[in-house]
Design a protein around this ligand. Structure first.
Ligand SMILES: Cc1cc2nc3c(=O)[nH]c(=O)nc-3n(C[C@H](O)[C@H](O)[C@H](O)COP(=O)(O)O)c2cc1C
Length: 168
């Protein structure tokens, strides 16, 4: 599959089969996360792999968007170790973690799995449920599993390329 075919195949899955994600697929997903580039290669990531019913129940207390997935990732970044731009002090942990989320979502698609990137969660509840240290910022939940139903792809509703590009 070409990259464009892979990107077109990914869509937000909001209904999952109950069957678990195989350990070798989980391993491949985490390998894809590991390969994501980060600012200055600082790798300020921490990923919680929520598989047990208890862990997924905790996730469901933080967001209504776990969609019954058999596996949920919680992607965080470390504010102590993310690369800092000297000009203005900007730290790129959120940037880094976003790329990790993208790698996970695209690798999942390649493995025949579905995901949905979830930013609609309660950060304070998330900190509490997972006892996050102060330096870890939760960026996204990512439910993952085998899609239960065919989607209505939304790619075709995207803006035209000319609407978001400026060619100089
Ligand atoms: C940063 C970000 C946050 C998102 N948060 C949520 C969310 O909290 N709940 C949800 O159901 N979908 C969420 N989505 C999924 C988007 O709604 C979805 O990607 C968009 O509508 C395009 O559809 P597609 O993913 O099927 O191409 C999020 C996507 C992104 C990139």
């Amino acid at each position: 599959m070409s990259f464009l075919e892979l990107a077109k195949s990914r869509y937000s899955v909001r209904k999952y089969e109950g069957r678990p994600v195989e350990p070798e697929k989980l391993e491949a997903l985490l390998e894809a996360a590991k390969l994501a580039p980060t600012g200055c290669d600082n790798q300020p990531l921490h990923i919680y792999v929520l598989q047990s019913p208890e862990a997924r129940a905790k996730a469901a207390k933080c967001t209504r968007c776990t969609f019954g997935a058999p596996l949920v990732f919680l992607i965080c970044y470390d504010t102590n170790t993310s690369w800092k731009r000297e000009y203005d002090g900007y730290r790129c942990g959120e940037f880094d973690a976003s790329i990790v989320v993208t790698h996970l979502a695209l690798e999942a698609t390649d493995l025949g799995l579905g995901t949905c990137i979830v930013a609609w969660f309660d950060p304070a509840e998330t900190r509490q449920q997972f006892a996050l240290p102060d330096n870890l910022v939760p960026l996204a939940f990512l439910p993952c599993g085998y899609p239960a139903a065919e989607p209505a792809p939304r790619h075709f509703e995207r803006k035209a390329v000319s609407e978001f590009t400026t060619i100089l």
